[in-house]
Design a protein around this ligand. Structure first.
Ligand SMILES: Nc1ncnc2c1ncn2[C@@H]1O[C@H](COP(=O)(O)OP(=O)(O)OP(=O)(O)O)[C@@H](O)[C@H]1O
Length: 314
């Protein structure tokens, strides 16, 4: 099997409202797959559904969720928890708050390993040292004795990445991994992901609203809008020939040094709808410059050799 993750036809509801619908994606072994979209478009919920971490109160259905060769929909809850703990790592948003500030790094980093791999704390600490070295700390032993509040944001993020790698998982999810960091540290953290991906062949699901970051680091991407992937495929195809008007507008809005004086900065007017995500037709119709009557009724799906998009213009 060449895929690390196969997600087919995911739907998530919070009781009455649809939050995510018709969402499918495939991450090949060793790829960095980018999930991009505005805030509230459903990126985090999609990622959490893959690793069985949806918040309480939300219900989901899917035709398949396959992680590293196992369809977790067919396993018991206990089995899934253990399996995902071993095979997937998650670096959540706001990692600044992820580590307990008053507990030394050494007492946090090895816990998941000891629990999931049923190994001793000493073995856990040995692996921790190797991983802290791998994520770029010059003196990993001293880091183990630090409290998180003694580390900078970039250092804490490196510790989080090391923690996500503890069980040698097949893939990791990095959810907006550089948001809280300044631009130099952002670049260092992203280069670290690239290096880990290159050295170990681990697959990565990179979630970001930053299209330029996704463009730079991802081979394939999915563009999410209002709980659906509206366009997906090779990053190169999408950036050279974006089909969905939402993708086209996102690309136009990417920061550029070429904006002329007095030229308005492009924007997509309106907001991602919170409600009505199960309405008929295209969910982008209210904000789309090309909307037609038919867009309120139905939407056409296309697949040109792996370049997928849903739009009535074609
Ligand atoms: N626990 C929850 N209960 C109800 N609705 C939720 C819950 N978590 C998220 N949502 C809603 O689901 C939608 C998708 O949220 P999600 O966090 O996946 O978006 P996102 O694209 O990751 O956004 P961001 O970039 O801001 O994290 C949003 O409308 C959000 O308000």
């Amino acid at each position: 099997m060449n895929e690390t993750v196969v997600l087919k036809n995911l739907h998530i509801k919070d009781g009455k409202n649809t939050l995510v619908s018709n969402t499918s994606l495939t991450i090949e072994k060793g790829d960095i797959y980018g999930l991009v979209g505005e805030s509230g478009s459903g990126k985090t919920l999609t990622a959490k559904a893959i690793i069985n971490l949806l918040p309480e109160g939300l219900k989901f259905t899917a035709d398949e969720i396959n992680v590293a060769g196992k369809n977790i929909l067919k396993a018991s809850q206990n089995e899934v928890t253990m399996y995902i703990g071993k095979n997937a790592g998650y670096i959540p948003q706001n990692t600044v708050f992820f580590l307990h500030p008053m507990i030394k790094i050494k007492n946090q980093i090895a816990d998941g390993y000891v629990h999931h791999m049923k190994r001793s704390k000493a073995e856990g600490l040995k692996i921790s040292l190797q991983l802290l070295d791998m994520v770029g700390f010059e003196n990993p032993e001293s880091i183990l004795n630090f409290y998180p509040w003694q580390l900078s944001g970039g250092m804490r993020q490196r510790v989080n990445i090391a923690m996500a790698l503890m069980n040698n998982p097949a893939f990791i999810i990095a959810d907006e991994p550089t948001t809280a960091l300044d631009s130099t540290v952002q670049k260092q953290v992203m280069e670290l992901f690239k290096k880990i991906n290159g050295d170990t062949g681990i697959s990565i699901l990179l979630i970001s609203h930053d299209l330029s970051l996704i463009k730079h680091y991802c081979l394939k991407i999915g563009v999410m809008y209002a709980g659906q992937i509206v366009e997906s495929g090779y990053s190169k195809d999408i950036f050279e020939n974006p089909k969905h008007p939402y993708t086209q507008l996102l690309i136009k809005m990417m920061p550029t040094m070429n904006i002329k004086k007095n030229e308005p900065i492009p924007e997509i007017k309106g907001f991602v709808p919170e409600k009505g995500r199960d309405s008929q037709g295209c969910l982008f119709k209210e904000r789309c410059p090309f909307a037609m009557d038919v867009c309120g009724i139905s939407v056409k799906e296309h697949n040109d050799s792996g370049h997928y998009y849903r739009c009535n213009l074609y």
